[in-house]
Design a protein around this ligand. Structure first.
Ligand SMILES: O=C(CO)[C@@H](O)[C@H](O)[C@H](O)[C@H](O)COP(=O)(O)O
Length: 367
């Protein structure tokens, strides 16, 4: 509860889903009025935290220790050490993303995920406390079943479509992160659907509801646990609340939005729609029906191309066979996913390149 016994939007959201922190700075996480469940990251967050004054000693020590193993080994070491700084401040898992530049090379994705797992073991973070973020492309998701066999949990990220979500279910991912907003919308606000009632009006809401409903059906039909939906990439507080109403399992939220959620006193009479208390393991999100007022948007798709035939992605297709060929085909048929996935990967590759340059510059000083 917020100060003076006031229930805040953040308190309310945490009643409806698991709130995660989408940032790697332990000082920020410790300052929150709640203890987040998971801590998510991407190459931008890792780069930012790698440049934080508090981490310069950690960084230089890792460079010296791993100087003969190349920049990726150092990158991976530093990222895992920075997770270690956070693990005591959260209840659940720390998440790191494989290199986005390898998003279309399954073997390299596999190798990097295994490298993370080895480094997590070295820093004392057990397999039930971390998860590896895998870009939701055909080749990358194809290796998730192997990682699952090895006890390495995965999250399908850069996910914008139902076909990607079904592929993640087939891949045995623990989580998926559909991006509520495309990454470019954070900087180019004219691309942002800044609407009054995101649950019914945001262009991504129907796809989130379709993912939830499809997983519910698959869970009922197969009894197999489905990936937990960890919604990401919110620009404002109303969007974060919409994820609670839609019935997502968790939301990973930026420091800006978390800070604002923690300041706002909650008033149910002003909320367009309320979520239900969060369901728990083992059924999780699969027991939450779509709220009545959202049912009407479940069959729509404002992001679909103009010639869309109204059919949702089929769960009968094997999206992962042949290096994820059917997923590649489904993505190619959906221009919104093509451009959003490309933009997200380019953004994260930018972060990767900055970290690589910093590591290589530090290596030169040792030569
Ligand atoms: O995917 C996850 C969590 O699974 C997030 O960390 C995700 O990378 C970020 O929320 C989004 O990329 C938003 O980043 P940005 O567009 O604000 O730069």
């Amino acid at each position: 509860m917020g100060s003076a016994g006031v229930t805040t939007w953040l308190d309310k959201l945490e009643e409806q889903l698991n709130v995660d922190v989408d940032w790697m700075d332990p000082t920020f996480t410790k300052s929150l009025p709640i203890v987040p469940h998971d801590m998510t990251s991407n190459q931008l967050w890792v780069d930012d935290q790698m440049n934080h004054p508090d981490n310069q000693e950690l960084f230089l020590n890792a460079v010296k220790e791993y100087k003969d193993e190349g920049w990726l080994a150092i990158y991976t070491r530093v990222a895992c050490l920075m997770c270690k700084e956070n693990i005591g401040n959260i209840k659940g898992r720390v998440l790191l993303q494989v290199l986005p530049s390898n998003a279309y090379d399954g073997q390299k994705v596999l190798e990097h995920a295994r490298l993370y797992a080895r480094e997590f073991a070295k820093v004392g973070i057990s397999k039930d406390r971390f998860c590896i973020k895998i870009p939701s492309t055909g080749p990358a998701l194809s290796v998730c079943p192997i990682l699952k066999e090895e006890g390495i949990a995965t999250l399908g990220t850069a996910l914008f479509s139902l076909s990607q979500a079904i592929a993640c279910s087939q891949a045995g991912c623990l989580y998926i992160s559909p991006y509520y907003n495309e990454t470019r919308a954070h900087d180019e606000l004219d691309l942002w659907p800044n609407v009054e009632d995101p649950a019914t009006q945001h262009t991504m809401s129907p796809r989130i509801i379709q993912m939830l409903e499809t997983y519910r059906r698959l869970y009922k039909e197969t009894g197999k646990p489905q990936p937990l939906i960890k919604n990401a990439s919110f620009i404002n507080v109303k969007e974060a609340m919409a994820a609670g109403e839609m019935g997502c399992d968790s939301s990973t939220i930026s420091p800006q939005v978390l800070t604002e959620l923690a300041k706002l006193p909650y008033d149910g009479s002003k909320q367009p729609g309320e979520g239900v208390p969060k369901p728990v393991h083992p059924n999780n999100q699969n027991t939450v029906p779509t709220p009545e007022r959202l049912k009407k948007i479940a069959a729509t798709d404002p992001l679909a191309p103009a010639n869309w035939d109204g059919k949702l992605a089929s769960t009968d297709i094997d999206y992962l066979a042949n290096n994820g060929a059917e997923l590649a085909k489904a993505i190619a048929a959906d221009p919104a996913t093509v451009s959003r996935l490309k933009d997200a990967l380019e953004l994260f590759i930018g972060g990767q390149n900055k970290s690589r340059a910093k590591i290589e510059a530090a290596l030169k000083t040792l030569a």
